[in-house]
Design a binder for this molecule. Sequence first.
Ligand SMILES: [Zn+2]
Ligand SMILES: [Zn+2]
Length: 249
Amino acid sequence: MSNKESLLKKLCRSTLDLIFPEEGVCFYCDEYHEEVKEDHVCIECRDKLLFINESKCPVCGKPMFQGNSSNRCSYCINKTFYFKKAISPLEFIGPLRKTIYRYKYESKPYLYKSFGEFMLHALEKESIGTIDIIVPVPLHRARKAERGYNQAELLAKYLSEKLCIPLDNKSLIRVKATKIQNKLARHEREQNIKDAFKIKDNWVFKEKRVLLVDDIFTTGATVNECSRIMVEGGAIEVFVITIATGRNT
Ligand SMILES: [Zn+2]
Ligand SMILES: [Zn+2]
């Protein structure tokens, strides 16, 4: 009996270790560093991350290297966005690409803790007013079953708990099993995602100011389509927060 118990304990511990690295372990290099805090990143790895500063587009949030950052960037100037503003703490380049890949495709759900912390800090710097509800971009149920979790939902839950704003992960649903967006060209992304989402209960977003959460902002096609559905469903304003955004190309 006692042998069985200890074996069970051992198994539990090894499973937990796999799911949650020990305290003080940097999520980016997997090594222990005394200084690692709630953002779960060591000084060296943090230096390799590209944080977006004040020089960014006021609408899509992409970094701007020239021009006036009170105007929209050349990428989004002629686009119709249904969200008011998109915010990302980081640029989607360098070692962060690998870490986000691990988060999405290599069963490392715990990484949300680090990304969520960066997103929280980025939100604190913005004046977006009161948010009524936090909504994650939904995954199609087949993909969620395959992955075991929705990466956007874990981030949304984290933000909801930290900001004490209710989470709604039920009302916006994905009704179309779309192809993976990163394999498609810009115009194909918009086509692929069109009519992929629906609102479960009509008018649930009526007069709400929504914070929509996703992992990466590339062309913005996915968050824009979700925003369109919610705005047409009565939302006053939708703000978008993602971990990272691709450069304006
Ligand atoms: Zn590190
Ligand atoms: Zn822009």
